[in-house]
Write a protein that binds this ligand. Structure first.
Ligand code: HEM
Length: 428
């Protein structure tokens, strides 16, 4: 029965790819996408696989004299707590976008819609947004509509398909040693909820009496803490190839995408940090979290330029330089403090090694191939099993922004991961 359903899904997707149109049921989730790109000549297109030609995004540009891009949090973009049935998950950026209606309040979105919102509101370059959004689709989308949930599971049309959402993506996307989300093994399988202790570690890295500024140096200190904590407390800590990349992003995005563009430059002070993480309270002892209440502060100006893949690569390499262990794929082997690294040279047949990855271009190659090719091939999901879909999505949403010419071809030896009890879901 399941096999037959899977065949129906694949057939349905294949037809959609061939016909370039989508099930009517998908149309409602696309209406916001149409709004987001309403100035584009192809605004009437409804298929999430279709990116408008020419200038694809209606991008917010900084005022040339003041360098300012204010983000509207009034009217239709006023903060609204999620209602019953709305999904919120491990990503504070996506949660805030949904709470302000820049993504649907339901928390169910599509590739292009997420790329547009992340760029317009946070200044996330469409090369990064493209990779993350395509990866989310491949790992977690409903195979019948290619919509994905930023939080918990949802059902597909007519009860077919559906997906677990980002909250159910442990080891595929959501990983151990996150900035504020706990390790799934230590929290009854929940790797999506903010743990106040983790937030307090970060918060207290700036003096109690000062407004604070959580710049990359501060984030580096926090990264050391989160990695060491998982090693020292989680016997099933798993730090697979995806985590080596993605957990650096989830740390550096805090400072790179949440900072306010003030007259003193980009500053992430305590109040802004608390707002984006849904935390309230005026002192360390008073801090409280209301899950799902991530909020864009009043008078918040996004960064004036976009944050691109190569910018992220340089940040990630900065984190690695402060803690070389972060570059080692591995995990604990069933007891705490048993972190056993695998040799990247062995894993990749000598194509990549820690030394080569310190070149930002090679690092971007590694990231690109891992997330858009190698892992989707290893981690089988209903979407990745669909004929041709990986290359279709990559060529429509990633290649226009990033050309992987001259990247050394990456393959991964998957046979070496058996020693890690925490690897479930990772495909290894
Ligand atoms: C399509 C776009 C995006 C996708 C698919 C995505 C997905 C995710 C996922 C799966 C996680 C959990 C990672 C982990 O367990 O370590 C995460 C964490 C995070 N994301 Fe996003 N994200 C996106 C855009 C953004 C944006 C625009 C921001 C802007 C601030 C952002 C900021 C963060 C931060 C700070 C974390 C760390 C959360 C924590 O542990 O405290 N993300 N994201």
């Amino acid at each position: 029965m399941l096999y037959q359903l899977a065949k129906v899904f694949r057939l349905s997707l294949l037809l959609q790819l061939l016909l370039g149109s989508f099930l009517p049921i998908a149309a409602s989730s696309m209406s916001d996408l149409d709004n987001a790109s309403s100035s584009s000549p192809s605004a009437t297109r409804r298929c999430p696989l279709t990116k408008p030609n020419g200038s694809p995004l209606k991008v917010k540009r900084a005022n040339s004299t003041t360098n300012a891009i204010p983000i509207d949090v009034s009217g239709e973009h006023e903060f609204r707590m999620p209602q019953k049935g709305d999904r919120r998950g491990p990503c504070p950026g996506l949660n805030a976008l949904a709470n302000h209606g820049y993504l649907p309040h339901s928390g169910i979105t599509t590739i292009f819609e997420a790329i547009v919102a992340c760029q317009n509101i946070f200044g996330m370059g469409p090369d990064i947004g493209g990779i993350l959004s395509v990866y989310a689709t491949l790992m977690d989308a409903d195979p019948t509509t290619l919509s994905w949930s930023i939080g918990g599971p949802f059902n597909g049309p007519l009860g077919l398909g559906g997906s677990d959402g980002l909250s159910g993506s442990h080891n595929k996307f959501e990983s151990d040693s996150s900035p504020t989300r706990g390790d799934a093994f230590l929290h009854g399988g929940d790797g999506s909820t903010l743990q106040l202790d983790y937030f307090k570690w970060l918060y207290s890295l700036q003096p109690e009496s000062s407004p604070g500024n959580y710049d990359l140096d501060v984030i580096m200190q926090h990264r050391r803490k989160t990695f060491d904590f998982s090693k020292q407390n989680n016997p099933n800590f798993f730090y697979g190839p995806a985590a080596v990349i993605l957990t650096q992003a989830s740390h550096t995005f805090i400072t790179r995408l949440m900072s306010n563009n003030t007259e003193n430059g980009l500053v992430l002070d305590k109040n802004t940090l608390k707002s984006f993480f849904g935390v309230t309270g005026n002192s360390l002892d008073e801090l409280q979290v209301l899950p799902g209440s991530e909020r864009i502060p009043e008078n918040w100006y996004r960064r004036p330029d976009d944050h691109h893949l190569v910018d992220f690569a340089i940040d990630a390499l900065t984190l690695y330089s402060g803690n070389p262990d972060l570059l080692k794929v591995g995990g604990n082997t069933g007891t705490v403090n048993s972190f056993t690294p695998l040799d990247l040279d062995d894993l990749t047949g000598g194509v990549y090694n820690a030394q080569r990855l310190t070149d930002p271009n090679i690092f971007v190659c590694f990231m690109y191939q891992l997330l858009s090719d190698v892992l989707p091939d290893i981690i089988k999901t209903p979407v990745t099993s669909t004929l041709g879909i990986i290359s279709q999505l990559v060529s429509q949403y990633i290649l226009p922004y990033y050309s992987p010419d001259n990247c050394p071809a990456l393959t991964l030896d998957t046979s070496k991961f058996g020693i890690y009890p925490g690897r479930q879901g990772s495909g290894f």
